[in-house]
Design a protein around this ligand. Structure first.
Ligand SMILES: C[S@@+](CC[C@H](N)C(=O)[O-])C[C@H]1O[C@@H](n2cnc3c(N)ncnc32)[C@H](O)[C@@H]1O
Length: 205
């Protein structure tokens, strides 16, 4: 786990060093208008990323139970999930302190009482919870070892029949991700494709 003094300026830094410059993203997602507060120092601060959008538009959401938005950034995936399924409890986690602060602002801004954001490394902030669904646009720029850890450790935090959904750029890590999912879950399917991305889904059996 990085310390406060280690704060490089990429989007997956635990403590981004760049000056906070706030902005606002407005987007239609699953047919509804959303607003998100964003800032320098987080992933895709100017617009909803194309991979994120594909995940949001195609994600399968359980009616109730717990959903995890892994690597939530400013919070678009978890906030849309919580908005569409009010009986779902959505936990959003990120290592980036500023991202979690923004996700908390956005939970309030979107008037949600079934979502919360927690800061921490990998699954540490949710180690006592079992999820019915995990959703992620993973930090590929942080390296494949981090992405591998997100996948390999996922089944330990999932209920039987829970689904794991992850979006990735087809040409950057797509093949490797599919193999990792097959190894971790014994099954993998393509849920959606478009704009050079794929959304993979695996079920815990
Ligand atoms: C590609 S971004 C996606 C952000 C957001 N979900 C979206 O779609 O706009 C991946 C996120 O994973 C976070 N991240 C990177 N390494 C992490 C780790 N080890 N544990 C938790 N989150 C991590 C980054 O800080 C980043 O916000």
């Amino acid at each position: 786990m990085p310390k406060k003094s280690e704060g490089p300026n990429h989007y997956f830094a635990a403590y981004p060093k760049s000056k906070v410059k706030l902005g606002m993203i407005r987007a239609y997602l699953r047919g509804r208008p959303f607003e998100f507060v964003t800032s320098s120092g987080v992933f895709s601060k100017r617009r909803v990323d194309l991979g994120t959008r594909l995940l949001i538009e195609s994600m399968f959401l359980p009616e109730k139970g717990y959903a995890l938005d892994f690597g939530c950034g400013y919070g678009p995936v978890g906030i849309v999930a919580a908005t569409f399924n009010p009986s779902l409890r959505v936990i959003m986690v990120d290592v980036n302190e500023r991202a979690v602060w923004l996700a908390k602002q956005n939970i309030q801004h979107n008037s949600l009482d079934n979502a919360e954001a927690r800061r921490g490394y990998l699954y540490e902030p949710v180690k006592n919870l079992t999820f019915n669904c995990i959703l992620s646009n993973p930090p590929v720029s942080a390296g494949m070892e981090t992405v591998k850890a997100i996948i390999v450790e996922a089944p330990k935090h999932m209920a039987d029949k829970a689904c794991f959904q992850m979006v990735v750029r087809s040409k950057i890590g797509g093949k490797r991700l599919k193999t990792l999912l097959e190894e971790a879950f014994g099954n993998v399917e393509i849920l959606a494709r478009g704009s050079g991305y794929r959304v993979f889904i695996s079920e815990k059996q």
